[in-house]
Design a protein around this ligand. Structure first.
Ligand code: CDP
Ligand code: MG
Length: 820
């Protein structure tokens, strides 16, 4: 790339000097900056430095001309009829009144740079006041007006791809342009961005990825981080990077925008950055809690203070339950609430819905009833329903489409609204329906702050949102509905008062609301940090604990460092293998094994050449009876071949995937760096025994135990048994798969698959003594009874090792590995 770009730039410069357009085709120039002796051009692909003072002058002239063009174009649009009409609308937004203050705060920071706070402005204002669509636009317009249009480069991040796309489209319309001219967007796998794009809306992830290639964001003049109150992991991560970057990058201005009033937190984090609040006007919204709703919609519920002791006790318990376990389903609460009032007076309808109660549909029943109630009893106005996710939204939409109580289906316009929707679908949400048609938008919490639907008069709030959390059992992050915060509930309610006084129906009792947290816990504090740790390492940000200690709200050191295993982004057993590999000074081959188990199998098994491929693989095993050692050998052979420039032939000959080997290689580097942070690695000695196969086998056993099966050699076959499954089989792709005699009593394996029989994947053969010393407690009884081993000799060794390998000693710096 460097070579081709260098050529490209050369030819661009040549083109320019004969008067052709300077920049065209793919390599758009994102920015341009000068110093006395050189000019630099930042492109998507990297940064160029052109060491020629004359070139600098040429570039200057070009950019100046370009800027003037942009100014002429902007002025022409602003004086056109359509342009004036849109200007009128823009002036009606509350943010317009603060335009000058905002612009001067942003530009004033261009002077002194004593503290980071000088480069930062925090802006807060109600949803819909014009932060996202207007503020980046004000900055762009003022740069263009000042004749510096071609020099500015504004990046505005959005937490969701759908908002990046929608907003860029809207801003293009307001500027009378097509998307991809001065305004563009970029989200993962998609984007609309041209050579003249000066304002780019992107997801936070895209900006983080850009930091990979361009650590200093060279050439970016303004970074605007929107929706900062959401406190996603990426945003908190970005703040740390930007806070570090600002003092070194005086040309960079940072604007933070937020819908709720927690601006002080951000301001003080960025060294006392000024806060500008955009006062907004919203109409009053009348709030109903579940108890009122049940009353008005046909369900009947006794108000709390009229409940008898039993009922009060029940309500109180429910509140406690919510406090304890904020993640229980709304359905349960509804059921409880109904039960709480279930003494005397249920209408028939309530009885029915309880009779057919099921956890998924009772929430729907309630929502349906509330919607019918609004449609049949309330004045015209759109309804916005907050639900948890795309499944629920679709299911409810189907159910509502044929709902008898909603009446004539053509009188109701049902619209889903969620993050994975196509943009054409999404545009429908903003359209005003015909007179007499009730618009009902079923939305996820993205309608809370990211998008504004102007004609909403009624909000129905289920009180939940999907939030990433952690399934400790399966070691996987997951998305589960959990209770929202008070701040979110207030936001949701506010959506009803945009055009006239509105009403908000909360499908949870007041006591549940009282138990909500004030703000949602930032993602950084509630999800596992493995992937973040990897990201910090892959971006080369140094020590994880140092880096995270600079976060807006840092995770507790305990969740970070207390256990070495917890910072290793692998299954605990593989983490254990890594730590043992470090202790026993055979780290490199163990890194290969673990990286191999975490990626894919690099051994290719093409269907039509299976035999050839299998025999190629078995050559790496050289009677070791180990797939893991075969992998280590194949990998090491490839590394050598790479050095000698025949890596490709090597892979081709041995049926190996070069891509997978490369992935393993880079993962090894990351794991090594994470391990070094834990303090268990001594660089000088950690590979002293890397060629000791006995030791490698032992460490593999330590990691894979209790994945172990016994080997019994029969006449012409091998019979394998595990404790839980009885007889098991090996895949023929395993180097042990075709053996008729395995001269070891045990095989350890990483995982098994149940098809008709139970199959083991990769395995490594081990001896009795290895299992005794490195396997767990369970293996010892049968082993010691088997009389195959010299009990006395082994027991001495065993107690020596047990003394050393205790859990406590796995903390801190090490100890015995080098002397055992
Ligand atoms: O970011 P914030 O919530 O402060 O507001 P915004 O997204 O900039 O939207 C400001 C106004 O622009 C909204 O109140 C809508 O009336 C209007 N808008 C629109 O008509 N169409 C869009 N796609 C986006 C916004
Ligand atoms: Mg916004």
């Amino acid at each position: 790339i460097q070579f081709s770009l260098q050529r490209r730039v050369d030819s661009l410069l040549k083109d320019y000097s004969v008067g052709k357009p300077l920049i065209n085709e793919r390599y758009s120039c994102n920015s341009f900056s000068r110093s006395t002796s050189s000019s630099s051009i930042a492109t998507e692909e990297g940064l160029f430095v052109v060491h020629e003072p004359q070139t600098s002058a040429v570039m200057d002239k070009f950019l100046r001309r370009k800027s003037l063009q942009m100014r002429d174009q902007q002025q022409a649009w602003q004086s056109s009829l359509q342009g004036r009409r849109l200007q009128e609308f823009r002036k009606s937004l509350p943010s317009y009144n603060e335009k000058d203050i905002i612009l001067s705060a942003v530009s004033q920071n261009q002077v002194g740079h004593e503290t980071a706070g000088d480069d930062v402005v925090v802006i807060s204002g109600e949803t819909g006041c014009g932060k996202t669509t207007q503020i980046p636009q004000y900055i762009l317009e003022s740069e263009i007006d000042a004749g510096c249009g071609a020099l500015c480069n504004i990046v505005c991040t959005q937490p969701r791809r759908i908002s990046a796309m929608a907003v860029s489209e809207r801003v293009s319309v307001e500027r009378g342009e097509n998307l991809g001219e001065s305004v563009g967007y970029k989200v993962r796998l998609e984007g609309e961005k041209g050579r003249n794009t000066r304002l780019l809306f992107c997801t936070t992830g895209i900006l983080l990825r850009r930091l990979l290639v361009d650590r200093n964001l060279k050439g970016v003049t303004h970074v605007i981080v929107d929706e900062i109150h959401e406190r996603g992991m990426n945003e908190d991560f970005l703040f740390i990077v930007l806070n570090d970057l600002l003092p070194h990058q005086p040309e960079l201005r940072l604007v933070l925008m937020s819908a709720t009033l927690n601006a002080e937190l951000f301001s003080s984090y960025f060294g006392g950055a000024p806060i500008i609040h955009i006062p907004g006007f919203t109409y009053p919204v009348c709030t109903h809690f579940l108890e009122d709703i049940l009353d008005t919609t046909g369900y009947r519920l006794t108000p709390y203070n009229q409940l008898d002791d039993y009922g009060q006790d029940k309500m109180w318990k429910m509140q406690k339950q919510v406090l304890r376990k904020r993640k229980s389903q709304i359905a349960f609460v509804v059921e409880d609430a109904l039960e709480a009032a279930s003494f005397k007076e249920y209408s028939q309808q309530t009885q029915d819905s309880l009779a057919c109660w099921n956890p998924d549909s009772i929430g729907f029943n309630l929502i349906e009833n509330v919607l019918c109630y609004i449609c049949n009893n309330k004045k015209p106005g759109a309804i916005l329903v907050f639900m948890t996710g795309w499944d629920d939204i679709n299911a409810l939409k189907d159910q509502l489409q044929t709902h008898p109580l909603l009446g004539d289906p053509s009188r109701v316009l049902l619209l889903p609204c969620h993050g994975s929707m196509a943009s054409s679908e999404q545009r429908l949400i903003f359209n005003k329906p015909e007179v007499g048609v009730r618009k009902i938008v079923l939305a996820t919490n993205m309608a809370e702050t990211s998008i504004t639907i102007d004609d909403v008069v009624y909000v129905v709030d289920c009180g939940k949102a999907k939030e990433t959390s952690y399934d400790a059992l399966n070691n996987t992050p997951c998305l589960l509905p959990s209770w929202i915060s008070k701040a979110s509930a207030t936001q949701r309610r506010g959506r009803a008062g945009r055009v006239q006084p509105g009403e908000c129906f909360r499908l949870y009792p007041k006591c549940v609301y009282d138990a909500f947290a004030d703000y949602q816990l930032p993602e950084l504090l509630r999800t596992p940090l493995q992937s973040l740790c990897l990201q910090i390492k892959s971006l080369k940000f140094g020590s994880i604990s140092d880096f995270l200690s600079r976060a807006l709200q840092s995770p507790e050191p305990l969740s970070l460092a207390g256990r070495h295993l917890s910072v290793l982004p692998v299954e605990p057993k593989l983490g254990k293998m890594l730590i043992y590999g470090a202790i026993f000074n055979c780290l490199d081959p163990i890194l290969t094994v673990v990286a191999g188990l975490s990626v894919r199998d690099p051994f290719l098994m093409p269907y039509d050449k299976k035999d050839l491929a299998e025999s190629a693989k078995s050559q790496f095993a050289a009677k070791d009876y180990s797939d893991h050692l075969a992998l280590v050998r194949a990998f090491e052979g490839w590394k050598e071949a790479e050095l000698e420039q025949y890596g490709y032939e090597y892979c081709w000959k041995n049926f190996l995937s070069a891509q997978t080997l490369k992935a393993i290689d880079s993962l090894k580097t990351q794991y090594l760096s994470l391990l070094e942070d834990t303090g268990v690695v001594d660089r000088a000695t950690c590979n002293a025994w890397r060629h000791n196969e006995y030791l490698i086998r032992a460490v593999i056993c330590a990691g894979l135990y209790p994945g172990v099966c016994s080997v019994l050699n029969k006449e012409k076959s091998v019979s394998l048994k595990t404790m839980e499954d009885g007889n098991v089989l090996l895949y023929s792709s395993s180097v042990n798969g075709r053996e008729t005699n395995i001269p070891y009593p045990w095989l350890v394996f990483n995982d098994k698959v149940k098809v008709n029989s139970v199959f083991l994947r990769d395995s490594t053969a081990i001896s009795d003594s290895v299992l005794l010393l490195f396997g767990g407690e369970l293996s010892r009884g049968p082993l010691l009874n088997s009389k195959r081993i010299d009990i006395k000799a082994h027991q001495e060794l065993l107690s020596a090792v047990q003394l050393l390998v205790t859990e406590d000693q796995c903390d801190g710096r090490f100890f015995f590995g080098r002397t055992v």
